[in-house]
Design a protein around this ligand. Sequence first.
Ligand SMILES: [Zn+2]
Length: 212
Amino acid sequence: MQYYLKKIENKFSIKITKWDVGMNIVDKFMLSREVVIKEGEIKMDKQRVIILPIDFIGLYTLKFNNKQLAPKLYESMKSGMIDYSVPIGKEYGLSYRDYLDRWVKYCAFGGWGIVSYKLVETDGIPHGIVEIKGLPLHMYLKSKGITEASSDPLFDGLIAGSLSTTFKTNIDIIEAKCICAGDESCIYYWGNKEYLIKNFPRLAAKRFGDIK
Ligand SMILES: [Zn+2]
């Protein structure tokens, strides 16, 4: 990870921002009523959520892991996340840092792993990297024989939608390192489509391949 940070720091001379996910996320969410749990109902930000074994999300992701369907699932998840996120941002009046902070904490609270962001801005255009440690969906994919990064259009789409909402522009994401491929953590590059195609042509072709 240090290598990638150093590399991208040198390339763009950026300011790196990292949020501490804290140690008492569950207590904080329950106290603030952002997460409400009662019999037969769980709500986060006033919307219903469910607890589902990761195997079922993994099966769904595997089903779409081919070059015809993967870009479609990615776009679908991305637009779904934007539809989900925009009203929350408006209701709480979140700044982009508040929003990312919340997203990182929800990932930790919801069992999706430990997320950190590195933000970059070149000529006013945001891009950067995301690292996720212990992403359970990718652990599942690895256990089913997946050995490549960028094999998960579902979660990738959710991150892209979240970042697009945050920066109020069309952001896409590709995964360059993955625990599926034996890497220590999952590392994503994000930015606008042109940026990704220019800087990561092979991975971008996999991401955008069949989108018309
Ligand atoms: Zn991964």
